[in-house]
Design a protein around this ligand. Structure first.
Ligand SMILES: N[C@@H](CCC(=O)N[C@@H](CS)C(=O)NCC(=O)O)C(=O)O
Length: 228
């Protein structure tokens, strides 16, 4: 049975083809354009959650990045890229595996929202404080470790890269001064599986592995287009 990966362009579903490429798993990739920000109706019809990623495997339709990466790696990849409880870096792996999508991703999304709204209310201050702490924590970790869990590349790395790279087409974030994060992104960019997945999922898209934000901030462009 072929594993089908439904990829919404410039979205967190890029994690899924990347994981499949890392694990050498066959998959069929279906590509969808945003309309213009949200997923199109045919994507929303795949799963009641209405967000990307979604996969199909036989009769199963599954949403939610973490569930999908765990499912594919355990069902089809011999649990590779997930460290077992017996591994010395198990606790570090678990921490960073959850940090990417449970903490960093929601915080960056909320920071973008509060900045767009002027950014001077108490919630904005809380979010900016969290964001600064999270970036510092991540930066320090990556100054002294090749990968998030330590010496081994794991699913935690596959999870965290989206808010550090492609999401910047929406958030416009700069990583100037975050040398740990920038060194890590250079290492990610050298991974054949990452490059292969991104070329298939978002051909021609700038990968944003360096410090600078994209030349054009997609969110601002869209808001501008709508109001003009
Ligand atoms: N926690 C979810 C979040 C999914 C999510 O927000 N996906 C965005 C793509 S980055 C999406 O589907 N946006 C389009 C829409 O909401 O219509 C996951 O990791 O799967």
């Amino acid at each position: 049975m072929v594993l089908t990966v439904h990829h919404l362009h410039m979205s967190q579903s890029e994690r899924v083809p990347w994981l499949c490429e890392e694990l050498g798993i066959d998959y069929e990739l279906k590509l969808y354009d945003r309309s213009p920000v949200m997923a199109p109706p045919e994507y929303k019809a795949l799963h009641a959650q209405g967000t990307a990623p979604v996969i199909q495997d036989g009769d199963l339709t599954l949403a939610e990045s973490g569930a999908i990466l765990e499912y594919i790696a355990h069902r089809h990849g011999g649990a590779r890229l997930f460290l077992p409880p017996s591994h010395p870096a198990y606790a570090q792996f678990l921490y960073w595996w959850h940090f990417g999508n449970a903490t960093l991703m929601p915080t960056t999304a909320r920071v973008v929202a509060v900045r767009a709204g002027g950014g001077d209310d108490p919630i904005a201050k809380v979010m900016e404080d969290r964001f600064a702490r999270q970036l510092k924590l991540l930066d320090e970790r990556l100054k002294t470790n090749e990968w998030l869990a330590g010496e081994e590349f794991t699913a935690a790395d596959v999870m965290i890269v989206f808010p550090l790279t492609t999401w910047r087409h929406w958030s416009g974030m700069s990583w100037a001064g975050y040398d740990g994060i920038l060194g890590y992104l250079q290492r990610i960019g050298k991974r054949e599986a990452y490059r292969r997945a991104m070329a298939k999922a978002d051909p021609g898209m700038e990968l944003l592995l360096g410090p600078d934000p994209p030349k054009s901030d997609r969110t601002k462009d869209l808001v501008h287009k709508k109001s003009s």
